[in-house]
Design a protein around this ligand. Structure first.
Ligand code: G3P
Length: 222
């Protein structure tokens, strides 16, 4: 298993309060929060906010997407190497809100691996998990699209599928995180009990009254 430590990836998406003009203030709110040893917190920035990474050296940042290109004549696209050059250490790929064709996904994972950018490949079901794990990303993120942004968590609604995805991916040596509707400490703990390495979360933190406090309570008592 390549990523044994527990992980929480906060996908800042393109919510008004966590992107563009408000992104910096949103991230500032997490400076100095109570963390838990052994739990890794990662913020996944919207591409328009990637430069913010250099302002917060205490945090780890991923991108929400990257393209399968190298530096050169590409318009509106950006490369894995350009992320690394900005201090971004990984990327989400193939999120349900940003699906990409499978051949493009494979190429992007390959180019990212070659230059040392970590990849979190999203899948919507166990069949995809098995195909995408063969690409050897750093993580598979299982997110049933119909639960994204809602109040029913993947951990309560799809526990058997999480276990299946974890089994399938462990055969390829790929770690798993899960997301969609994750809101509570119990959702986080259940993800770990089912064999995942943590969660991918958006609305549960971003739309909370106190995002930083909500994150701290999510991971305490894991
Ligand atoms: O990438 C995380 C995501 O899609 C889950 O969103 O709002 O259900 O936590 P949410």
């Amino acid at each position: 298993m390549q990523n044994p430590e527990n992980t929480v990836i906060i996908n800042l998406k393109h919510y008004r309060q966590s992107s563009s003009a408000h992104a910096e203030r949103f991230i500032e709110g997490f400076v100095g929060i109570d963390t838990v040893p052994g739990v890794r917190i990662i913020f996944a920035l919207n591409p328009i906010d990637l430069r913010l990474a250099s302002s917060f050296p205490e945090f780890e940042f991923y991108s929400q997407h990257v393209d399968p290109v190298e530096y050169g004549a590409h318009t509106g696209q950006f490369s894995p190497q350009s992320l690394l050059d900005l201090g971004i250490t990984g990327t989400i790929l193939n999120h349900s809100e940003r699906r990409i064709p499978e051949d493009v996904l494979r190429k992007t994972v390959d180019i990212s691996r070659r230059c040392g950018l970590r990849t979190v490949v999203c899948c919507e079901n166990a069949t995809e998990a098995s195909r995408f794990a063969a690409m050897k990303p750093d993580w598979i993120a299982y997110e049933p699209p119909e639960l994204i942004g809602g109040n029913v968590s993947v951990t309560t609604s799809r526990p058997e599928i999480i276990s299946d995805v974890v089994d399938t991916c462990s055969r390829s040596g790929v770690a798993v995180i899960v997301g969609a509707g994750v809101k509570t400490p119990s959702d986080y703990r259940t993800s770990l009990k089912l064999g995942a390495n943590g969660v991918l979360i958006a609305s549960g933190i971003i739309l909370a009254m106190e995002p930083a406090k909500t994150l701290s309570s999510l991971i305490e008592n894991q």
